[in-house]
Design a protein around this ligand. Structure first.
Ligand SMILES: O=C(O)COP(=O)(O)O
Ligand SMILES: [Mg+2]
Length: 229
């Protein structure tokens, strides 16, 4: 039997509640018998470094699907429009608001297809301005992302699956937030960890009892034992 692909979110799924990577994640991902796709809202250097130092193939979705990379097949795809998001930021700032990052902004520094705002900012005016520019605001629970509506982790995962040649119907997707629902919709088995909000849990086939990395590791065990198909 061909091993099942695994598509995993990072923040809130492979981490603890302080967003620190759980020590058990590296061994668990290296032991997964099929391809592993890291699909995150973070900018590209973060998941590339994660794969690098965990010893994983670089199959990466970054920026909520704005960037898709498969190193084995030399795929590098960008979709989305950072300039459009910058126009939203400029208008938001002109209205007296800020993106919340201060002067050392490591969240947007390497971001190429969207912009991210700190989670304590005033989101309603941001939503209004983004909508006027044809963009949307996605709440990952840790930040707000201003992005093109046609950009999604799920669409980027489709691109990687086509290039690498794996079957999404056999894939297992695990995540915790609104930006994971598009992946849930495409994978054969979708699992939300317990810290996911109700609407994200409702989009999954299974929900773990534990939250964060404890839930993720439990989900891997259940899939591998055949309990969750
Ligand atoms: O970048 C974020 O806001 C969240 O990142 P994640 O998609 O890995 O959870
Ligand atoms: Mg997450």
């Amino acid at each position: 039997m061909v091993p099942r692909p695994l598509i995993t979110d990072v923040d809130g799924t492979l981490t603890d509640d302080a967003m620190v990577l759980d020590d058990r994640i590296g061994p668990a991902l290296r032991a997964w018998p099929g391809p592993v796709v890291i699909a995150t809202g973070k900018s590209l250097p973060y998941p590339i470094a994660l794969c690098n130092y965990l010893g994983l193939d670089r199959l990466v979705v970054a920026e909520n699907g704005g960037v898709a990379i498969s190193e084995p097949t030399e795929t590098l795809e960008f979709v989305g429009d950072r300039a459009a998001a910058e126009a939203v930021l400029a208008e938001y700032e002109a209205a007296g608001y800020s993106d919340g990052w201060g002067t050392l902004d490591l969240a947007n520094r390497w971001r190429e297809t969207e912009l991210v705002f700190e989670h304590s900012i005033a989101v309603e005016p941001l939503r209004e301005i983004a909508a006027e520019h044809g963009l949307e605001v996605v709440d990952t629970q840790y930040a707000y992302h201003v992005k093109s509506p046609d950009v999604s982790k799920g669409r980027a995962v489709e691109r990687i699956a086509t290039d690498v040649g794996f079957d999404l119907d056999r894939a297992v997707a695990i995540g915790d937030s609104a930006n994971d629902v598009s992946t849930f919709e495409r994978a054969g088995t979708a699992i939300a960890v317990a810290n996911a909000p109700a609407e994200v849990q409702a989009a999954a086939d299974h929900v773990t009892s534990d939250g964060f990395a404890d839930g993720f590791l439990d989900a891997l065990d259940r899939v591998q034992s055949g309990a969750w198909g």
